[in-house]
Design a protein around this ligand. Structure first.
Ligand code: NAP
Length: 488
């Protein structure tokens, strides 16, 4: 699948010479290939608070992943700061509340004109005193926001909320204020390919692992996520998503996003089971061949996931060929767009059954071979959050998928099973190639990054969610949409 025209270097050169009022997007810094332990090599990280175990876990997670870390905290706890400095980091004892403090510290973290992306990790603090509106904590948001807006392209702003903000009205107000800040900040940062997220840290290790992922080029097309990093039931969140020997099913994987996910998982060492309908056998065989040519393991199982017999055929094939399943990417999906007036019963039912009902059928059939600690990823859509003209059947199905992920997360919690939903925005695939040009251009303009995503973006996210690095995430919805301007 080709990149969008607005990212083609020749077109960009031409447009830069012609004085047309066209905003060109910033090319995103992505990364292909197997995940390495130092995904953040060549980047910087600035940490504005280093006073407890959570701050240390965040700083160490990005440092271990290869970022050059600068701590900007005049009141930083000496032992903790010492550990980051021992790990090769530096301390700038400035106060990180107002714009000047952070910007001058960032300037000190690299040579003049240093264009390496920066991950700015800001622990949102609890306001002191009685003024809930204007205080050092809300001022600090302006400080980090101002700094983030001046960072090199492809930078990150990660806002972290710890336990100290829980359980009372002042903490609740600060949390809500930060959410509002984040939802606007990511829209401003997107044009330079930079992103902003909010991490609610219930567990320090999980929050660190999540921060390292969001800071990485694997999360280039994610922005505006509001996630809870909770304590993992299946062991600590580990570095990187190495999936050696894990058996993972990807439904609807002959082409598009599913194929990209299958290729990505195989690269991490997974034994991938690719499902699609029999009519897509040629495309599926191509995907399998590509994976095997790179030394990966992949099998194809032809079946319609929307039928009981199809779901059972998939489970039987995996039981016979691998005897277990460690992860499921419920990806198969279709559109049958019609306005309500023109929608037939068949179009309505087909979309609900393939996009949503099939997930039950496949999951139930796999139950006997589902391993403890297995992770399920359910493909939803931003249309399941925001809705769309002419897509009531699609939005209905994708909204139900989000609830399903939450219910499976609850049901599986005691058994260490996880379930999360991905809500892609506008991704370049055969499905979106059918959209009229004008709708495609409008969809791009709705993203903060002014560009469509690639199947690889969703694949990187699915790979993270099925791997050990995301063990602290379950029951959550992760938009993969370049920061789309609509939806709650
Ligand atoms: P795609 O290119 O159309 O690929 C979907 C695959 O699923 C196709 O190979 C399709 O086979 C297969 N499939 C359809 N019905 C099936 C069934 N009953 N059993 C097994 N396989 C079946 O779509 P995509 O763009 O990669 O989308 C993948 C997922 O992401 C879908 O759930 C979609 O709703 C979701 N999504 C995509 C976007 C986007 O921008 N592309 C945005 C939001 C959400 P055939 O092609 O032969 O029918």
């Amino acid at each position: 699948m080709q990149d969008d025209w607005s990212l083609n270097p020749n077109v960009r050169k031409l447009l830069q010479r012609v004085p047309l009022p066209i905003s060109l997007p910033t090319p995103l810094r992505r990364s292909a290939g197997r995940t390495t332990p130092n995904e953040l090599h060549g980047t910087r990280a600035v940490v504005t608070h280093l006073r407890d175990a959570l701050d240390l876990a965040l700083a160490q997670a990005v440092q271990h992943a290869g970022a050059a870390v600068t701590v900007v905290d005049a009141m930083g706890e000496t032992t903790l700061t010492g550990r980051i400095v021992d790990g090769g980091g530096q301390l700038v004892p400035a106060t990180a509340d107002l714009p000047g403090g952070i910007l001058s510290a960032i300037a000190q973290s690299g040579a003049t004109g240093d264009r390496r992306p920066v991950t700015l990790i800001h622990r949102v603090t609890r306001p002191h005193g009685n003024d809930v509106a204007v205080n050092e904590s809300t001022d600090a948001l302006l400080g980090v926001g101002h700094a983030a807006a001046s960072l090199p392209p492809n930078s990150r702003l990660l806002l972290v909320l710890g336990h100290d903000l829980r359980g009372d009205s002042l903490g609740g107000l600060m949390t809500a204020a930060t959410q509002g800040f984040m939802r606007s900040a990511f829209k401003e940062l997107g044009k330079s390919g930079s992103t902003c997220h909010l991490i609610r840290a219930e567990d320090a290790q999980s929050a660190g692992a999540l921060a390292a992922f969001l800071a990485s080029p694997r999360a280039a097309f994610l922005s505006g996520l509001d996630l809870v990093a909770q304590k993992s039931l299946a062991g600590d969140a580990a570095e990187g998503p190495a999936l050696d020997g894990k058996v993972i099913l990807v439904t609807g994987a002959a082409r598009g996003i599913g194929a990209a996910i299958a290729e990505r998982l195989a690269l991490e060492g997974a034994h991938v089971w690719i499902n699609d309908i029999a009519q897509s056998e040629a495309a599926a065989a191509d995907t399998v061949a590509q994976i095997r040519a790179r030394g990966g393991r992949a099998e194809f199982v032809a079946a319609d996931v929307g039928t009981l017999s199809g779901a059972q055929a998939i489970a039987d094939a995996i039981a016979k060929g691998a005897g277990r399943v460690d992860g499921v990417i419920h990806n198969a999906g279709i559109t049958r767009d019609r306005t309500l007036r023109k929608m037939s019963v068949a179009q309505w039912r087909q979309v609900l059954q393939v996009n949503f009902g099939a997930m039950y059928l496949v999951q139930n059939a796999l139950a006997p071979i589902l391993q403890p600690g297995a992770s399920m990823v359910l493909m939803s859509s931003v249309m399941g959050i925001a809705g769309n003209f002419g897509q009531t059947n699609y939005s209905t199905s994708k909204s139900a998928v989000i609830e399903l992920a939450k219910q499976w997360a609850c049901d599986g919690y005691g058994r260490g099973l996880r379930a999360n939903a991905i809500a892609p925005g506008f991704i370049l695939t055969d499905m979106t190639a059918q959209m009229p040009v004008i709708n495609r251009e409008m969809a791009k303009q709705l993203t903060a990054m002014l560009q469509p995503g690639l199947p690889l973006d969703v694949a990187d996210l699915a790979c993270f969610l099925v791997g050990a690095q995301s063990r602290g995430l379950t029951g959550q919805v992760l938009r993969c949409d370049g920061g789309m301007a609509f939806g709650a």
